[in-house]
Design a protein. Structure first.
Length: 202
């Protein structure tokens, strides 16, 4: 289950944090402009909106709503696709990073506790386990496994829903912050290169 780079393009902002795929387009957060950007898989920015948190980090899509993790208030927000803040709850850790949705539950990795949390949609912790490395950032779900990228080690990890590591490998991209899956390809975003990369699974 290795990932290889297919192509890359410039990110819509200079300080990207995370990625989500909404069924058609990609979305990313930026911790300096405090915005969420919507753009095509070719890199064309379509629109953006101000995030409800001063430092938006994690981002995922549940089929209808965007979910955003904020590093300023340490909250997780449910947003309409156009950015309307519908509700929020406290994140389980003090430094929330990547978010993923598995069809029923939210998953959140936390940089402070070095844990991965499974949450119901009201923020209650169902279970948690330690992350393989100490700088978890991007997180996504491929229909069977969780995929987690670590910013400092330049590793991605494939995990089952009990936290067992199935596979780990380097990407060679460096400073990966965000990760998402569009049903066919993985996408990562790097704040070192300010680029979005499309990755193929081999």
């Amino acid at each position: 289950m290795t990932l290889t780079e297919v192509r890359g393009f410039t990110a819509p902002s200079n300080n990207p944090n995370d990625l989500a795929f909404s069924g058609v387009h990609l979305h990313s957060t930026d911790g300096v402009t405090d915005r969420v950007y919507c753009f095509t898989r070719q890199g064309t920015v379509l629109h953006s909106f101000i995030a409800p948190d001063a430092t938006p980090i994690g981002l995922t899509f549940d089929g209808k709503y965007l979910w955003l993790a904020g590093d300023s208030a340490n909250d997780i927000y449910q947003l309409s696709i156009d950015g309307t803040n519908l509700r929020s709850f406290n994140s389980p850790g003090a430094k929330p990073r990547g978010l993923a949705f598995d069809g029923k539950h939210l998953w959140n990795c936390d940089h402070g506790t070095h844990r991965l949390y499974m949450l119901d949609l009201d923020g209650r912790i169902i279970k948690s386990f330690a992350t393989p490395n100490d700088a978890p950032c991007g997180l996504t779900f491929d229909g069977k496994y969780l995929w987690l990228v670590d910013k400092e080690s330049d590793l991605y990890h494939t995990l089952d829903l009990d936290g067992n590591v199935i596979h780990s490998a380097p990407t060679g991209i460096g400073s990966m912050r965000g990760l998402t899956f569009d049903g066919y390809h993985f996408w990562v975003i790097s704040d070192a290169t300010n680029k979005v990369y499309q990755l193929a699974r081999n």
